[in-house]
Design a protein around this ligand. Structure first.
Ligand code: OXD
Ligand code: MN
Length: 597
């Protein structure tokens, strides 16, 4: 007999039906309390789902290891299940809802036998905010529960909200047998439903994150006239105390998290900048009654990539993960602290690697390849409030006003350090033609270049041509739309070295962006957009080689003529659905390149 702490019939009926399908031994409702969390941690420790880390050095921290073939989002097993294939678009894998439910139901059937089904009522965004959406995740994984308690707002207040709204996203997850051949991540936007089975990796199973906050939310946002985006949100406090907020989209593992919480570089410190972190991964944005764009971060935690995180790349994150953190797939040291490639300090002499095997520094496999201590996509899950730069506006129901939208990618040669689009429509073109290299966060060939419009290719829950149309329409709804920029921290010189120091120094580029938003500097008009005059990027305290900044800002016509081909090929995939405005922008760019010197 299931006990229900809710009167909501929809919720009661759905939990009953799903329990009948999955056949758990018991059903436990998650109330968001500290007492319940402690019980769950104890059970997870006893079952060896998590390992307690050094209580003095890493209080409240645990380590979890996933199955070795379950370490990243599995895009080829991720589907958008709409009645019409066309609604999912060429950008998504598609299955009909009927076929998808049938296929997954066979795996879910009895999958929770001998286990507990946890019911997690959660809110993406502050409970009760106009921006927020409610979900309920059913899962047989304590690891998922413990992570959801960090990443989302969980508990009784949410249940009350469900009674009021009578609406929530139905999220069903089971580890089942953790079998890659029986793994499916299914989205049913027309039913406001997500089914994920056979995985234990965060991006596949913390259903509030990519599944709800991007794939399902993007579908809802189109209908309700707002934007659900794969973007960080950060505030830049200027020396006069005024804070301006920017949002930025980069493909996975291109430094969104590092940028969102950067510490101003030495050379700019005298100017008195301060950074406020609102979010590192997802932005939900609405046009408010003042006719401008406002943003919230629907999440309450970070699910960040560990390798490469250190006091130089991200000192705030190093502080953040010193307590209350769940580490996944990192190296365990003998003193029960953790390590990953690119962490601070010496490489440990030995430890237990992410697969649970003994490891020592310099270890090589039979082919002579280094054996990594931590998986390249190893992660930490930690509350945003732990972060020294956490914004004081995180719980504000209205979010923060957005001055600039920044797109970026990893382009070794093509894109200059920064450029500004001519207007909103051109900015949408810039976002829609974004491209980058594949990273460890996705399964597949690392290094392969792929188009990733607005960094949403793996996350847009509907036909991307319709998504571009939605972006164009949103621009018309604003009295004062944010300016749109493109950045590239990854340009390389002839010898294959990065030309820009990146990380904390990126504030120098943000400074120019804000100067442009406030009409404080002129810019140089090129065929692709406005580019800074070198003198307007403050280089105090860093030394670039002679002419390096000029090279970083250079727009190379031949490269862009080549790029046009790639854009045409990509746009053509959307056939007649692609908004004509984007073809107009394509033609205009081609024309400007022809007529420029
Ligand atoms: C992430 C991703 O995990 O984008 O944030 O892959
Ligand atoms: Mn992401």
């Amino acid at each position: 007999m299931i006990k229900f702490p809710t009167h909501n019939k929809k919720l009661k009926d759905w939990v009953t039906k799903m329990a009948k399908l999955c056949q758990p031994d018991e059903v436990v409702w998650i109330d968001g309390s500290e007492a319940q969390k402690i019980i769950l941690e104890k059970e997870a420790l006893a079952n060896e789902e998590i390992i307690q880390l050094n209580k003095e050095k890493l209080p409240g921290c645990f380590l979890h290891r996933t199955a070795i073939d379950d370490v990243a989002r599995t895009e080829h097993l991720t589907f958008i299940c709409t009645k019409k294939k066309h609604d999912a678009g060429p950008n998504n894998n598609w299955m009909s809802p009927k076929a998808a439910y049938k296929k997954a139901r066979a795996i879910f059937k009895g999958a929770m036998r001998g286990r507990t089904m946890y019911v997690i009522p959660f809110s993406m965004g502050p409970v009760g905010s106009e921006f927020s959406k409610i979900g309920v995740e059913l899962t047989d994984s304590r690891y998922v529960v413990l992570n959801m308690l960090i990443m989302t707002r969980v508990g009784e207040l949410v249940l009350k909200q469900i009674e009021k709204e009578d609406n929530f996203t139905k999220c069903l997850h089971s580890k089942a047998e953790l079998d890659i051949n029986k793994r499916l991540i299914l989205h049913f936007p027309e039913d406001n439903t997500i089914w994920s089975v056979g995985s234990g990796y965060g991006g596949n199973v913390l259903l509030g994150k990519k599944c709800l906050s991007l794939r399902i939310a993007s579908h809802i946002a189109r209908k309700e006239h707002w934007l659900a985006e794969h973007m960080l949100i950060m505030g830049i406090e200027e020396p006069n105390g005024h804070i301006e907020y920017v949002v930025a989209a980069f493909p996975s593992a291109c430094g969104k998290t590092n940028l969102a919480m950067l510490v101003p570089p030495e050379g700019l410190k005298v100017k008195g900048y301060r950074i406020w972190t609102v979010g590192d991964d997802i932005a939900w944005m609405r046009v408010d009654s003042d006719g401008t764009l406002w943003a919230i971060n629907p999440e309450s935690g970070f699910f960040g990539v560990a390798p490469g995180t250190n006091s130089k790349t991200n000192p705030n994150m190093v502080e953040t993960v010193k307590k209350d953190t769940i580490f996944t797939n990192v190296l365990l040291k003998s003193d029960k602290t953790v390590w990953w490639e690119g962490a601070d300090g010496e490489v440990p002499a030995n430890g237990i690697d992410w697969q649970g095997r003994p490891w020592k520094s310099g270890l090589k496999d039979v082919n002579g390849k280094p054996v990594l201590g931590a998986h390249p996509n190893s992660r930490f899950t930690v509350p945003i409030m732990n972060c020294p730069s956490a914004s004081f506006r995180l719980e504000q129901h209205h979010g923060v006003p957005v001055s600039a939208v920044i797109f970026g990618g990893r382009r070794e040669h093509l894109a200059p350090l920064v450029y500004e689009s001519f207007n909103w429509q051109h900015g949408v073109f810039v976002g829609s033609t974004m491209a980058s290299e594949r990273t460890a966060a996705q399964v597949g060939q690392v290094g392969e270049v792929r188009r990733d419009p607005m960094a949403m290719l793996p996350f847009c829950g509907y036909n991307m041509a319709h998504y571009f149309r939605h972006w164009l329409d949103m621009g018309k709804k604003m009295k004062k739309a944010p300016k749109i920029f493109h950045v590239n921290w990854f340009r390389m010189d002839e010898s294959g070295k990065f030309m820009w120091p990146g990380f904390t120094e990126n504030l120098r580029v943000l400074e120019w962006i804000l100067d442009r938003c406030n009409n404080r500097v002129e810019a140089y008009k090129t065929p692709i957009g406005y580019v800074p005059y070198p003198a307007d990027i403050d280089l105090t305290g860093i030394s670039l080689s002679d002419g390096a900044l000029e090279k970083l800002l250079e727009v190379r016509k031949d490269d862009w003529v080549g790029e046009l081909k790639g854009i045409k090929k990509f746009f053509s995939e959307f056939k007649k659905d692609l908004p004509l405005e984007l073809w107009d922008e394509y033609e205009s760019l081609s024309q400007r390149l022809k007529t420029s010197e």
